[in-house]
Design a binder for this molecule. Structure first.
Ligand code: AKG
Length: 285
């Protein structure tokens, strides 16, 4: 199997389906490297995210990119780390049930906000595909407790859905980061000593159609990809990336979004830029 389209014939659906981060969800995330929590967010929370999108697109996000690929009718817009300047995103991240869904899955004494990512594939942004990759390849981080919590804002049928290689988070291989705009040119912070992601994949590919408010959670080592949006409507998501207590800064080159210049090699990744959101209360014995 290769690319993002050729897998459609053999996709398997997700098993876990409840909106609670219970034992089944932990088990699925541990086994497959990804889990789907259905109906995680009510419409009122999604409407706050939509307020954030309106603000971000109107200029409140300092890191917004809007691209239109050759021949496409629709644009592809994305923005990283907008929470610092977009107040509705802050409300969603810090006041919604999001952190309480994610923290129990990490098996960590702490939960730290890493960054948020807004991703809007407008109608007929057909070529806005995302190649197979691991999120971790882009991060200057050592450790394993790094997750992406990706909230669907629209109905997303299987043809536009993310695909995951089941169990790929357990491999010790970290693949080289690719440039999403043009995978044929080297990514500016790519580590050339790492192997390129496989073009051909053997294994179980997981994907599922989603309703607004459903949430996918995956480990930063899980291989995944997504097709462009051939629908005649928007396909948008707001994702929040989190760190647990085994994550340290390793000094590898990376985008500013993922670096706090105040950190030294080996430091725990936490501070004003990466705030601590949950922590266990130490017992007095
Ligand atoms: O939603 C998509 O199209 C791609 C998202 C993705 O791969 C990511 O956020 O790492």
């Amino acid at each position: 199997m290769s690319g993002t389209d050729a897998v459609d014939g053999s996709i398997q659906s997700f098993v876990a389906g409840s909106a609670s981060a219970d034992g089944d969800a932990r088990q699925a995330l541990g086994d497959d490297g990804v889990v789907c929590l259905r109906g995680a967010f009510e419409a009122s929370w999604l409407s706050i995210v939509e307020d954030g999108i309106a603000a971000a697109l109107a200029g409140a996000s300092v890191d917004l990119e809007v691209v239109k690929r050759g021949g496409d009718e629709g644009q592809f817009s994305f923005s990283s780390g907008a929470w610092q300047t977009v107040e509705p995103f802050q409300r969603f991240i810090f006041e919604s049930p999001l952190a309480d869904f994610v923290w129990p899955l990490l098996d960590s004494s702490t939960l730290t906000l890493f960054y948020d990512f807004l991703l809007i594939k407008e109608a007929h942004s057909d070529s806005a595909l995302t190649p197979w990759h691991q999120d971790h390849s882009y991060y200057p981080l050592d450790g394993t407790k790094v997750v992406n919590s990706w909230v669907a804002l629209d109905h997303i049928p299987l043809e536009s859905a993310l695909r995951f290689l089941a169990g790929s988070h357990s491999s010790s291989t970290l693949y080289r980061a690719l440039d999403f705009d043009d995978p044929s040119v080297p990514y500016r912070h790519a580590r050339s000593e790492l192997p390129l992601p496989p073009i051909s994949l053997d294994g179980r590919i997981l994907a599922t159609s989603l309703q607004p408010g459903d949430m996918l959670i995956w480990w930063s080592h899980t291989l995944h990809c997504a097709p462009g949006n051939r629908l005649d409507r928007r396909r948008a998501a707001f994702s929040v990336n989190w760190l647990g207590d085994d994550v340290t800064y390793n000094g590898q080159p990376a985008l500013d979004t993922y670096i706090d210049p105040l950190l030294s090699l080996g430091d725990q990744v936490v501070g004003d830029k990466f705030p601590l959101v949950r922590h266990s209360v130490a017992s007095n014995g």
